[in-house]
Every structure is written in structure tokens, then in C-alpha cells.
Write a protein that binds this ligand. Structure first.
Ligand SMILES: *Cc1c(COP(=O)(O)O)cnc(C)c1O
Length: 385
């Protein structure tokens, strides 16, 4: 079956007890057993819950994979993958990544004896050079947040030696636009809070794999560590995921129009979008992604004051953390999502004070461009200084 069909049907059988067409929200922590050791596979909801199981089957199918563990957040999903490692292990990770992931790695997991090398994942030689005998994991984010750089999933996966694993944070692309496992990675990791849920109303995460042994270790930690989503959140993410294909087509179409509009303005000094032919990795994007996604970043010409003024002028793009919902959002990474990264480190990576990240929603693209035009024009005087 094709993607859209799987999104609507995988794991979504009618409820066996009532025939309810839509999977119910099994809001229960425990299950009555008919005798000691006699139950229907459900004993306690941290371990297993029917609503969560339905979501896990749906999400596994979106990556054409067999196994999925759902989590209470993208960070819980990320830490479940890192739970596979032991003290002394080393991780090769991209130098442009989600601020919360950087915080987990640098402030939490280093205390547990893991070491991390942050490299420019666009440079295969740099990735190769960072590998050590104790390297256990390659952690890729592609496209990256917020600079929309790409990592070549197939090429990096081919560097992996036995015992090493490759995990791709596929949150920005979603399984509709990019299939990390088909490209050779072991894991696709998601913040389902973003496009998969798609409506900015739930926090969630997921780890997807085709490897039975790895899946079992993740499942073990899902239960042992306990970062599971509640049934209502699992249900909201599942409902959102049913429309992922049509939303991603609209997000990608709108983002392309927005990026082209911004690229044509003299008062915008840089536009970052994999769908622009000017993007340094546009060819890789065409090979690796089905469409180019809904995220666009840009650097405004002028002082930081212009960025602040701009953020007050937009009406449809609301200033908020997060991304991937149907509504358009605007974010200032240096002060918001990436505030947990020290300034020198941010500057080194290009996450400067002039950078703005747009999560282009699925409103009418003409209205979105009008909103941006208004905010750019209203702050144009500041660009001249
Ligand atoms: C938001 C995000 C995360 C973290 O997910 P939460 O659901 O907020 O815990 C991880 N990676 C990327 C790329 C994200 O955008």
C-alpha cells in the first residue's frame, strides 16, 4: 500500500470490543486480569496501551518499517536512542542541530561518560575524520535546525562499521519527504510534536527501526525509563498523522513560494531553503527528499533591532517556539529555540542575531507573502543603517 493509505489504515482497525471505527482513547493505567498471569497482553499502561500501540503501528508503517516506540516527547525519543550507549562510547553528531538535543548531549549525557564530536555533516571527510575506535553512534539531523543544511544519509550510513549505529532526526522532513531507513540508517527519530502531529496541540516523539534487536532494546528502555505518551496525546498524534501527506505537499508548495519571494528581496541578505537552486546542497536535496519541506530560514539586512521590529509586525506568522503545525510560525533561534547554546558557539555555527526561522503553514500562500511583505516593508528603514 502507498503512503497515504498506510497513514489512514495502518494500526487503525475497528475496536474489537465495540466496533468503534476510530481507535478509542484507552484512558486507563491498568487492566483487570482474569486470573493471576491471565490477561490479554495488556497489564500496565507504561508498558503497553492500545491507543499507543495503534499509533506505533501507524508510525512504523509510514517509514515502511516494522517497529516503532512512541514517547512523551521528541527529547524522550532521542534519549531512548542514546540509552543504547554505555559510558566511554563516542558519538559523531552534526554541528547544526536542535538546541534541546545539544543540551541533552552536552549537559546531561557527558556526565554519564559519553563523548560527542560536533562536525559539519555536509563534509564527509570531516565525518570520517571524527570517527574513533569507540564511536558507537552517528547522530544526523537533516535538514538541520535552523540552517537547513543537509547530511547525505546514504553516504554517512555507508561509513558505519559493525557495532555502530546511524540515527537520523527526521523531524523536519517527516517520513513523507525522506526515508532514512531505506537510505541505510538504523533509526528514524521524530519529534511528533511537529509535522506528524501537525496541529500544535500535543507533545510527542517516536523511534522507528527495521532492526528487531535494536527495536527490542528501545522497547526495553521505553518501559524501564518510562517516557511514554499518555493515551490522549497518542491519539492526537495519530489523528494528525492521517493527513501528513496532504499537509506536507501544501507546506512544501507554500515554503517554496515564500523562499522565492524572500530571495528576490534586497533587504534579505540570505535565504536558506533546500528547494532553492541557490542552496549549496540542492542536488542532494533532490536525490534524498521527495519535496523540500515547510521550513525556511532567512537573515535580515540591518541591525538586530530590525529583527525585533519585524517579529512585532507579522500578523499571520505568530512568534512562537515549535514548528510543523498548520499555522505559520516565526522564531528567532538565537533567543528562542537555540538560546541554550552559548553565543560564541552559536555565532560559529551561523545562528546569528539576524537569523529568523519560518515554519510556513498551510494558509493561502498569497496571504503569507503579503504578511511577510508588510513586515519587511514596515522595517525597511532600519535595514539602511
Ligand atoms: C522539537 C524538536 C525536537 C524535540 O522534540 P520535543 O517534542 O520538543 O521534545 C528534536 N528535534 C528536532 C529537529 C525538533 O525540531
Amino acid at each position: 500500500m502507498k503512503f497515504s493509505t498506510r497513514a489512514i489504515h495502518a494500526g487503525q482497525d475497528a475496536d474489537p470490543t465495540t466496533g468503534a471505527t476510530i481507535v478509542p482513547i484507552y484512558q486507563t493505567s491498568t487492566y483487570t486480569q482474569t486470573g493471576i498471569g491471565e490477561h490479554r497482553g495488556y497489564d500496565y499502561s507504561r508498558t503497553v496501551n492500545p491507543t499507543r500501540t495503534a499509533l506505533e503501528q501507524q508510525l512504523a508503517s509510514l517509514d515502511d518499517a516494522t517497529y516503532c516506540s512512541a514517547f512523551a516527547s521528541g527529547m524522550a525519543a532521542t534519549s531512548a536512542v542514546l540509552n543504547l550507549l554505555s559510558s566511554g562510547d563516542h558519538v559523531v553528531v552534526g554541528d547544526d542541530l536542535y538546541g534541546g538535543t545539544y543540551r541533552l548531549f552536552s549537559k546531561v549525557l557527558t556526565r554519564y561518560g559519553l563523548t560527542f564530536s560536533y562536525v559539519d555533516m555536509t563534509d564527509l571527510d570531516a565525518v570520517r575524520a571524527a570517527v574513533r575506535p569507540e564511536t558507537k553512534l552517528f547522530w544526523l539531523e537533516t535538514p538541520t535546525n535552523p540552517l537547513l543544511k543537509l547530511a547525505d544519509i546514504a553516504a554517512i550510513s555507508s561509513l558505519r562499521r559493525p557495532g555502530q549505529i546511524v540515527a537520523v532526526d527526521n523531524t523536519f522532513a517527516t517520513p513523507y519527504l525522506q526515508s532514512p531507513i531505506a537510505l541505510g540508517a538504523d533509526f528514524a527519530v521524530y519529534s511528533t510534536t511537529k509535522y506528524i502531529g501537525g496541529h500544535s496541540d500535543a507533545i510527542g516523539g517516536a523511534v522507528v527501526t527495521n532492526d528487531a534487536a535494536l527495536a527490542e532494546v528501545v522497547k526495553f528502555h521505553q518501559n524501564a525509563v518510562g517516557g511514554v505518551p499518555g493515551p490522549l496525546d497518542a491519539w492526537l498524534v495519530m489523528r494528525g498523522a492521517k493527513t501528513l501527506a496532504l499537509r506536507m505537499r501544501e507546506h512544501s508548495r507554500n515554503a517554496q513560494e515564500v523562499a522565492e519571494y524572500l530571495a528576490g528581496r534586497d533587504d534579505v541578505s540570505a535565504v536558506y531553503y533546500p528547494g532553492l537552486t541557490s542552496h549549496p546542497q540542492h542536488d542532494l536535496a533532490k536525490r534524498q527528499m521527495r519535496l523540500f519541506g515547510g521550513m525556511v530560514s532567512m537573515t535580515l539586512r540591518g541591525p538586530e533591532a530590525r529583527v525585533y521590529a519585524f517579529a512585532k509586525e507579522t500578523k499571520l506568522f505568530s512568534l512562537a517556539e515549535s514548528l510543523g503545525g498548520v499555522e505559520s510560525l516565526l522564531c528567532h533561534p538565537a533567543r528562542m529555540t537555540h538560546g541554550s547554546i552559548p553565543k560564541e558557539e552559536r555565532d560559529r555555527r551561523g545562528v546569528t542575531e539576524g537569523l529568523l526561522r519560518l515554519s510556513v503553514g498551510i494558509e493561502d500562500p498569497d496571504d503569507l507573502i503579503d504578511d511577510l511583505r508588510h513586515a519587511l516593508d514596515a522595517t525597511l528603514a532600519l535595514a539602511l543603517y
